[in-house]
Ligand binder design. Structure first.
Ligand code: ZN
Length: 90
């Protein structure tokens, strides 16, 4: 039954987008001495990431990361530079 297959796919796709909507976005910035820092959107705390497997995962677009601070999954965006560093650099 082709109609049943199509219906199953629709349910599956909407369940997937619902899961994505639950993820809070966070912006990660590169640190001058290596590693990446982001601000947890749940607790507001800064989290420093230095381990290689996590850094490699963050380099990909639409990376997801299990937050070390709040334990939730965040949708990470890697920014080119840290705004705080940019203002003190010049
Ligand atoms: Zn978090």
């Amino acid at each position: 039954m082709p109609l049943q297959d199509e219906n199953w796919n629709t349910i599956h796709a909407s369940a997937f987008s619902h899961a994505r909507a639950l993820m809070r976005p966070a912006t990660a910035t590169l640190r001058p001495h290596g590693g990446v820092r982001y601000r947890c959107p749940v607790t507001g705390s800064f989290v420093l990431v230095t381990d290689e497997p996590t850094l490699a995962a963050l380099a990909r677009p639409h990376a997801r990361l299990r937050c070390a601070d709040c334990g939730e999954m965040h949708l990470m965006t890697l920014a080119a530079e840290d705004p705080v560093v940019a203002t003190t650099d010049d």
